[in-house]
Design a binder for this molecule. Structure first.
Ligand SMILES: NC(=O)c1ccc[n+]([C@@H]2O[C@H](COP(=O)([O-])OP(=O)(O)OC[C@H]3O[C@@H](n4cnc5c(N)ncnc54)[C@H](O)[C@@H]3O)[C@@H](O)[C@H]2O)c1
Length: 251
């Protein structure tokens, strides 16, 4: 069993995920880095300069129940504990007006963002229940708090994530486990780039609303909020949806 605390991060090779891993490593954790394939995980470890003895990569499609079950069992075998679970893996899919939004696109977004998050919690919770302690942070979005255009699948999948976080917070809050979500505004990652490309294709302009601070977030600014939710400083924070949007949702 690991003597240091263990965090499991999905989407760990991504723009925000890798900064989450860094934040936990900087605070003495061992990090299990989950992402779709081994190659991006190895690339993230190299680019971030992570100490190879403090991280382990696991290639996984989180929308596969079989794979989630298998990988969580392997993590428990490797580490003996899971102190924090951060579900950062997600896709925005293809933006389009609802009448052009394909069902395939809609379904794939749900499979990853909503069902993947559910599966990761379902198979991690038994370990946390046994430990009588654990913290879960899921990824919502400002898109899961309103009704933006051209993202009926993405936005509603994030409403689902924010909602199911509350189900878990309610069911397991009495067992030492806290579940919260974060909802970022725009963050400087590949997902933002993909979104801008789609917006340009639809409207002819790569335009986004920035809110009062006039800039997008850095991935590290999101990681700070995620980490805080997993610390004992947030020991009475359960079921909340932490908005990290620079005030964009002010209206
Ligand atoms: N970037 C933004 O502006 C923004 C805003 C609000 C919320 N978010 C949310 O933040 C989270 C992280 O996004 P990001 O901006 O870092 O994007 P990103 O594209 O940089 O990272 C997402 C990661 O998830 C991984 N992933 C995708 N499908 C997967 C699957 N089936 N199984 C395992 N891993 C999978 C990808 O390989 C990638 O590494 C997502 O949940 C996203 O919806 C992002």
């Amino acid at each position: 069993m690991k003597t240091e605390r263990v965090v499991v991060v999905t989407g760990a090779a991504g723009g925000i995920g890798r900064q989450i891993v860094k934040k936990f490593l900087d605070n003495g954790y061992f990090a299990c880095m989950l992402d779709i394939a081994e190659e991006p995980i190895a690339k993230a470890i190299e680019e971030m300069g992570f100490d190879g003895s403090k991280v382990k990569g696991y290639a996984i499609d989180i929308s596969s129940e079989e794979k989630v079950k298998e990988v969580i069992a392997k993590i428990i075998e490797d580490c003996g504990r899971i102190d924090a679970l951060v579900n950062a893996a997600g896709i925005c899919g293809k933006y389009a007006p609802t009448i052009d939004y394909t069902f395939e696109n809609f379904k794939r977004i749900y499979e990853i963002n909503a069902f993947g998050t559910f599966l990761m919690m379902k198979y991690t919770l038994p370990q946390m229940v046994e430990q009588k302690k654990g913290a879960i942070v899921n990824f919502g979005s400002v898109s899961g708090m309103t009704g933006y255009t051209w993202e009926i699948g993405y936005g509603s999948s994030k409403w689902a994530v924010i909602g199911m976080t509350k189900n878990v917070a309610n069911e397991y809050g009495g067992m030492g486990i806290r579940a919260n979500s974060v909802s970022p505004g725009w963050v400087d990652t590949n997902m933002l780039k993909v979104s801008l490309d789609d917006f340009e294709a639809i409207t002819g302009a790569a335009d986004i609303t920035l809110g009062p601070m006039g800039r997008v977030a850095t991935p590290a600014e999101i990681a700070n909020g995620v980490y805080w939710l997993c610390t004992d400083d947030a020991s009475y924070v359960n079921s909340t949806n932490l908005l990290i949007d620079g005030g964009m949702m002010l209206g």
